[in-house]
Design a protein around this ligand. Structure first.
Ligand code: NAD
Length: 322
């Protein structure tokens, strides 16, 4: 298939693009490359350093399916510049979907977020529950889903709601819980856990990529939203899993954020998807990479720090990347 991957130079996008090429697809990546470009050259890969908001410049001729990952991708990064965040996470997605329909793209897969539910009292957080997003990031995800699903009569739209992703990528993120705690344990011998009792769902990066492959391979799965999170763990439980692999102290400090999130992914499992990895695998992979000298920390591993460094907190519109 001929695929467009937006955000293909990001943490998930880099691993996903490599896998799609290995599966025999032709891939075009559109990415501003705020965190660099770690994609290896490949005869079936075209990488465009381009802003999604410049939608008319996106080559859609002959594209069969779009995997739309390019967003400002966590709560504090979105808060840096809410106007920029709404433009990228919602308006640009809408323009992309609109063009996709005009070019006859058959399938549009969107990387939404499991955080769209907000805080739920229900033990089983399933797709049919009302969305009560709290942060601006969560709100952009919810509105983007609704906008994209309005094209459901013209193309198949799969909105995936992933849990927090963990594990290794060439564009490493050290600002997501499992990766952050593991890196602290590896480098300081000590993990700082805020609160600790808050529950978070998790998904290994290999399974995250597997979910996207699964939907590409089954474009006839019904249009709609699908949770993708398999281990609901408290932050303290994550720290204890890290401790089982890497000797380290756990320091628990008070948290101002007592929110717990959980996810039930039975709808996805019922389509035949089976997760193959877990949080412990991600911790083991990071530890092995550190031992081999392949795990480095710099500004590009921290979304907010990098966006501030690029001046994205102050700027808006296309000036942000020009
Ligand atoms: N990482 C997670 O735990 C997680 C969990 C749930 C959902 N998601 C979603 O998955 C997607 C990918 O997440 P990630 O962790 O790989 O984030 P990431 O920040 O590493 O990747 C996003 C990529 O999009 C690019 N980008 C941002 N704005 C752009 C624009 N205007 N035009 C073109 N490119 C642009 C960035 O340069 C970056 O390479 C995001 O939509 C995110 O919200 C991630």
């Amino acid at each position: 298939m001929r695929l467009l991957v937006t955000g293909g130079c990001g943490y998930i996008g880099t691993v996903l693009t490599g896998q799609l090429l290995a599966d025999g697809h032709h891939v075009t990546v559109v990415d501003t490359q705020w965190f660099g470009n770690h994609l290896e050259e490949h005869p079936d890969l075209v990488v465009l350093e381009q802003d999604l908001r410049d939608s008319r410049a996106i080559p859609l001729d002959g594209i069969d399916a779009i995997l739309h990952l390019a967003n400002i991708a966590n709560d504090p990064a979105v808060e840096l510049n809410p106007e920029l965040s709404w433009e990228v996470n919602v308006l640009a997605g809408q323009q992309l979907a609109d063009l996709a329909v005009r070019y006859g793209v058959r399938q549009f897969i969107y990387a939404s977020s499991g955080s769209v539910y907000g805080v739920k009292q229900e033990d089983e957080v399933t797709e049919d529950l009302a969305l009560e997003p709290i942060s601006v990031y969560n709100k952009t995800k919810m509105v983007a889903e609704r906008v994209l699903l309005s094209y459901r009569d013209q193309m198949t739209v799969h909105c995936i709601r992933p849990a927090t992703v963990c594990g290794l990528s060439p564009r490493m993120r050290l600002d997501v819980t499992v990766n952050m705690l593991t890196y602290q344990a590896l480098t300081d011998g000590r993990m700082t856990v805020f609160g600790g009792r808050q529950t978070r769902p998790n998904i290994h990066i290999g399974d995250m990529v597997g979910v996207y492959q699964h939907f590409l391979a089954q474009p006839d799965l019904p249009t709609g939203c699908y949770n993708a999170g398999f281990e609901n763990l408290s932050i303290l439980e994550v720290a204890e899993l890290v401790q089982a692999e890497i000797p380290a102290e756990i320091a628990v400090t008070e948290s101002v954020d007592p929110r717990s999130y959980r996810q039930n992914s039975d709808k996805l499992l019922a389509t035949g998807f089976m997760p193959r990895h877990g949080v412990s695998d991600a911790i083991g992979d990071l530890a092995a990479a550190e031992r081999q000298g392949r795990l480095n920390d710099d500004e590009t591993c921290h979304t907010v720090r990098r966006m501030k460094q690029l001046g994205l907190a102050e700027q808006s519109r296309l000036a942000a990347t020009r």
